[in-house]
Ligand binder design. Structure first.
Ligand code: PLP
Length: 375
């Protein structure tokens, strides 16, 4: 049985004609930079998320960078975020000359623990970046409350959570700015790199719109320091087609997650939790296991794809070593990094495949139980 972690090709084949036509329209138009498809897709995303503005850019990483640039974040500033995330969240903070200040996570949702944010705030704090990890919203109300109390903007890293909900509202427009990634494997994926910034604030939107084209409103007149980070027209055309299917894809993922939950029922595996405030879109279906690495080896032998997002929390990454980053500094994140295991999750996953995957995980666990001397 050929099981894949993500199955982008089958998904493409299901909508091939529509995608191919959209791409060819761009190729025939000659408008390769900021063609009309970019504006159309921006409006469609703003409508989908219920935000006033959406500005395309070249990647999710760039979305985070230009969002922070719009707030003028730079040398000497601090930005609070989680150490249990993809590197881009903190990398962009550091690239701008600011310091990532980490706050540990909630062990159930893997998202920043709002109760621990207060102790990390200083006079230098210029933003708080919660990450909606795996497609599950961070607990936004208490985050917005403490940010509001100190007048600090919240930037939502929603790279994995386009369409995820918090208390019935789509994430992205809750904080000051939301940053989306359309990396091919994300729930809404382009056929290359692509990203977007969403906001309800007209002034921020205008700044971001300038920053992504070298800080200019009028060509060759540069008011701000900017970058070159536009959403590619071909990618916008593809994404425009795919956005129509996104809700049905979320539902397919939620159904697959339920199926996994049922198959694991009655076993010791810790399943992903969905908080009462959240609509999880299962960018990842991530379980927790004490003997994760042994299970991982067993799955590899059985050729069952799986992944660890992420094996090393950011405070322990070579690139970010700084004072206060010793092992044990963020114990919940460190434990999660040792125990999480993501299983195949995509819109083409069949329940037969899921049975094979779950059987292999349970088999690995039983083997561990049968071989206690290697524990
Ligand atoms: C994917 C991702 C990013 C970066 O997005 P790219 O489009 O790959 O640059 C940032 N943050 C998180 C949490 C991500 O998962």
């Amino acid at each position: 049985m050929n099981i894949q972690m993500v199955d982008l090709v089958s998904q493409y084949k299901n909508i091939k004609q529509e995608i191919d036509e959209a791409v060819h329209r761009v190729l025939d138009s000659g408008h390769y930079i900021l063609g009309k498809e970019v504006g159309e897709f921006e409006s469609a995303v703003a409508h989908y998320l219920g935000t006033n503005h959406a500005i395309g850019c070249a990647s999710g990483t760039d979305a985070l960078q230009v969002a922070m640039m719009a707030f003028g974040i730079g040398h000497g500033d601090e930005v609070i975020t989680t150490p249990f995330t993809f590197v881009a969240t903190a990398e962009t903070i550091a690239l701008l000359g600011a310091k990532p200040v980490y706050v540990d996570i909630d062990p159930r949702t893997y998202n920043i623990d709002p109760a621990a944010i207060g102790a990390a705030i200083t006079k230098k704090t210029k933003a708080i970046i919660p990450v909606h990890l795996y497609g599950h919203s961070a607990d936004m109300d208490p985050i917005m409350e403490i940010a509001g109390r100190y007048g600090i903007p919240v930037i939502e890293d929603m790279a994995q959570a386009m369409g995820a909900e918090y208390k019935g509202r789509k994430v992205g427009g809750i904080g000051a700015i939301g940053c989306i990634s359309f990396f091919p494997s994300k729930n809404l994926g382009a056929f290359g790199d692509a990203g977007m910034v969403v906001t309800n604030d007209a002034v921020l939107a205008e700044k971001v719109r300038m920053i992504i084209v070298h800080g200019s409103k009028k060509k060759y007149y540069h008011e701000l320091l900017g970058v070159n980070s536009r959403l590619d027209t071909v990618q916008a055309a593809i994404l425009n087609v795919k956005l129509k299917y996104l809700e049905s894809w979320h539902e397919a993922r939620r159904k697959a997650a339920q199926q996994y939950n049922q198959l694991f029922q009655g076993n010791t595996v810790a399943l992903p939790s969905e908080a009462s405030y959240a609509r999880h879109i299962y960018h990842q279906y991530t379980i927790r296991l004490k003997h994760r690495d042994a299970v991982s080896r067993h799955l590899a032998e059985k050729k069952i794809p799986h992944a660890v997002y992420y094996p090393i929390p950011l405070h322990q990454q070579q690139a970010f070593l700084q004072e206060g980053s010793a092992k044990g500094a963020f114990p919940v994140s460190e434990k999660a990094a040792d125990e999480v295991l993501s299983l195949p999750m995509h819109t083409e996953l069949t329940s037969e495949q899921q049975q094979v995957i779950v059987s292999a995980v349970l088999e690995a666990l039983e083997e561990r139980v049968a071989a206690p001397e290697t524990r």
